[in-house]
Write a protein that binds this ligand. Structure first.
Ligand code: FMN
Length: 311
């Protein structure tokens, strides 16, 4: 099984990835949170830090791009190729309202014909790029559609026209955000009908979840782990049947605190950064009576952040 660390914007940046790779079993590939190429033809300083090879030493990183403009995509892919990257990923999954309104992320899925033209231009443009051509792989991370899982049939026809190196399917529609259960029926369809390799992504929080998915889809050789991997950075150890180490978790946490402290200005910003992480990590802790949810709820109530937070 090939494993991937999902991109989580604001959480799995280069500082997090470096610390994770130092203390825990690494996935085969980490994905960067999305970069947004624009007409300006520059990456922002924050985006540059994300993809600089020296900030990603010792791990295999695939940078992710979010755009609906083929020229902007090709420009960014070219820059990343010059930095030594052999693959870029297209974000067709982001459900955020502002992104969707611009027909990017999962908003792009509501324009299948435009998406088709986009891929046509991208694959055409790549093959015309001197020196890189076939060397730059394009992978895609998608949802099933914008409003209805049935949209996926048409989308899959489009994906099948192109040599996408890996099609990661998060089997929800945009309107689901991260709620409800992933649509495993439609994922099965993706696996059967896709001409390109397919990766499963969604709601793997425990080794038992991982086993259920891999047993249900034995033909699927790729799994991407997201919130569950942030909540339990030793998730791959758990899947391999190794015991969790409390000390290692503490060292990891200490390393993050130190590195974010150097990276960020002011204790307040550092606190918010750590709270983002604790929001996920607290899910794996129990209170004295072994109750998991109560602890997370209590902490959310205290910080006043409960129901307004992201999933
Ligand atoms: C806070 C947050 C930020 C995310 N940022 C990105 C992103 O930058 N790019 C992307 O493709 N997906 C992003 N996602 C989606 C995740 O990569 C993943 O697809 C999703 O969380 C479902 O997988 P999971 O159930 O294993 O977490 C984000 C999700 C969350 C909760």
């Amino acid at each position: 099984m090939i494993t991937y660390f999902a991109p989580l914007e604001g959480v799995t940046g280069h500082v997090f990835r470096r610390a994770h790779s130092m203390y825990f079993r690494q996935p085969d590939v980490y994905y960067s949170p999305f970069l947004s190429p624009t007409k300006n033809r520059v990456f922002t300083p924050r985006e540059m830090k994300e993809v600089l090879p020296e900030n990603n030493a010792g791990i295999r990183l695939v940078p992710q791009l979010m755009t609906n403009n083929a020229e902007d995509f090709l420009w960014a892919a070219g820059e990343l190729s010059d930095m030594g990257y052999g693959e870029v990923n297209l974000n067709l999954g982001c459900p955020s309202g502002t992104v969707v309104a611009k027909k990017k992320g999962s908003g792009f899925l509501s324009e299948p014909e435009v998406l088709d033209t986009f891929f046509d231009q991208v694959f055409d443009g790549l093959s015309g790029r001197p020196g890189s051509g076939d060397e730059m792989k394009i992978s895609v991370k998608t949802r099933l559609g914008r409003k209805d899982p049935e949209e996926f049939h048409r989308l899959l026809e489009i994906f099948n026209k192109y040599p996408i190196s890996l099609l990661t399917v998060h089997p929800r529609i945009q309107a689901d955000f991260y709620k409800g259960r992933p649509n495993l029926f439609m994922f099965g369809e993706a696996l059967r009908e896709s001409r390109n390799p397919v990766c499963y992504n969604g709601n793997i929080f425990t080794p038992a979840d991982y086993e259920r998915v891999t047993e249900e889809f034995p033909a699927c050789g790729h799994v991407m782990l997201g919130r569950g991997f942030v909540a339990n950075p030793a998730l791959l150890e758990g899947i391999a049947g190794e015991p969790r180490s409390r000390e290692r978790l503490m060292e990891f946490h200490g390393r993050l605190l130190e590195d974010y402290g150097r990276e960020m200005s002011g204790e307040r910003n550092l606190l918010f950064k750590m709270k983002e992480l604790w929001f996920y990590m607290i899910q794996t802790f129990t209170d004295g009576g072994g109750r998991r949810e109560k602890l997370a709820k209590r902490s959310a109530r205290r910080s006043g952040s409960g129901s307004t937070r992201r999933p």
